[in-house]
Design a binder for this molecule. Structure first.
Ligand SMILES: [Zn+2]
Length: 426
């Protein structure tokens, strides 16, 4: 299929035409003529295909919550062309066999390129290093390793993992949660948790692990990535590590850029997430950190759950919320519209930088002639009310239902093939 996109604004620049042919961007310029399917992109922003470094696709094992097919369909609807699938599946993605299965399912589905993340420890058990080398050498070519959902809290294991991944330029993505400091924790620790009678989750439980891991990464000369940074103190620690020239990167999630712990007062578990929603001051620090590059990327932590795991009392409910289909709108709302980030900055934080951290060479490239045709067309001028029932995900646990958000993904192209057109799945 050949597409001629008319009048798109690349990263917010002057309108131009884009020709997508044979999987690549074959031409950029005004007044292009070609026998092709023509798309009127007047008023639309063209961005490189988004790359998510933190997605839970749930398959294998929890196909009642999400499958590789439905998760990548949700990703395409959100403008993503590549997602990294977290390892906390059943069985855990801790062998070459499981990561190759997930990788293959992604290719068969065809909506997004799926890059499996390998577990750091066997069964996420936190006691024995998984076969990192075998996963790196597999057909899935794993470069990102994480026990996400659980913290690699044993300092010796964390050190060994950081040392091991150096051999193939891998990175350890840490879910920073000191387990003893968060036993039974339900929400951000503060005045509100005391008032609501929910066990508090102190900021220091996240910050202590991040500080330790930055020191470990510097000590062994390896690459550390910090998942879902949620506190002002964490931003400050990452900032200091970067000032020292240490190889540390960090992500923020859309929900931590928008929502605060005040929502816990509803006792609605739709707002229960790990790490928890924090204070307004933390939200402000995250936005500033993302703007100045201390926080390298936005990652969704898309965490689908069937309603029986969320539709219960707060303490019994699962942690996590959907994120793929609303990420770009929330970045517009929290970063672009207030003037903290321009569209070139959005392309960096949601495409170039996550691809670079994940060592994905086929994604996250600037929109240029000859580049792979991974592309999003986005309309920033519309506003829409989020309806959970509209989601392409198998699950419905969006915290934004009923909320009005700006922007809409109009089209997504993966290697020049439309996965989304007119805001609908192809
Ligand atoms: Zn996590």
């Amino acid at each position: 299929m050949t597409y001629l996109i008319r009048g798109a604004s690349i990263l917010g620049g002057d309108p131009t035409d884009l020709l997508l042919r044979d999987g690549v961007i074959a031409g950029i310029g005004t007044g292009l003529a070609e026998d092709a399917e023509t798309i009127d992109a007047t008023g639309l922003i063209a961005l490189p295909g988004l790359v998510d470094l933190h997605t839970h696709l749930r398959e294998p094992g929890r196909e009642d919550a999400e499958t590789v097919l439905t998760g990548t369909q949700a990703a395409a609807m959100g403008g993503f062309t590549a997602v990294h699938a977290m390892a906390n599946t059943e069985p855990v993605a801790d062998t070459a066999g499981v990561v190759e299965q997930v990788w293959r399912l992604g290719r068969e589905a065809g909506y997004c390129d799926v890059y499996p993340i390998g577990a750091v420890t066997v069964g996420l058990g936190g006691t024995q290093l998984a076969e990192l080398g075998a996963m790196a050498d597999s057909a899935a070519r794993v470069r990102v390793f994480s026990d996400d959902g659980k913290c690699v809290s044993d300092a010796v294991l964390m050190r060994r993992a950081l040392e091991y991944v150096k051999a193939f330029d891998g990175v350890v993505a840490q879910h920073a949660q000191e387990p003893r400091l968060t036993e039974g924790a339900q929400m951000n620790e503060g005045e509100l948790s005391g008032r609501l009678g929910l066990a508090g989750w102190p900021a220091v439980a996240e910050e202590a692990i991040i500080a330790r891991d930055c020191l470990l990464a510097a000590h062994v000369g390896s690459r550390l990535h910090v998942c879902h940074v949620s506190t002002a103190g964490s931003v400050e620690i990452v900032r200091q590590a970067k000032e020292k020239g240490w190889n540390v990167t960090a992500e923020a999630c859309p929900h931590h850029l928008l929502l605060t712990d005040e929502l816990a007062s509803t006792y609605d578990p739709i707002f229960k997430v790990n790490p928890p929603l924090r204070s307004a001051a933390d939200v402000e620090a995250l936005r500033a950190g993302l703007a100045d590059g201390t926080i390298d990327i936005v990652a969704t932590d898309h965490a689908p759950h069937p309603h029986e795991d969320k539709d219960c009392e707060w303490a019994a409910a699962a942690f996590g919320m959907l994120g793929l289909e609303t990420a770009l709108s929330i970045v517009q709302e929290t970063m672009v519209d207030p003037g903290l980030l321009d569209w070139a900055g959005v392309a960096d934080r949601l495409s170039y930088a996550p691809a670079r951290i994940g060592r994905v060479s086929d994604h996250g490239q600037p929109i240029a002639e000859g580049a792979p045709a991974h592309l999003v067309l986005y309309d920033p001028s519309v506003r829409r009310v989020i309806d959970a029932g509209d989601s392409a995900s198998l699950s419905r646990n969006t915290p934004y239902a009923g909320r009005e958000l700006p922007g809409r993904v109009v089209a997504t192209f993966l290697r020049g093939r439309a996965t989304v057109l007119d805001g609908k799945l192809c």
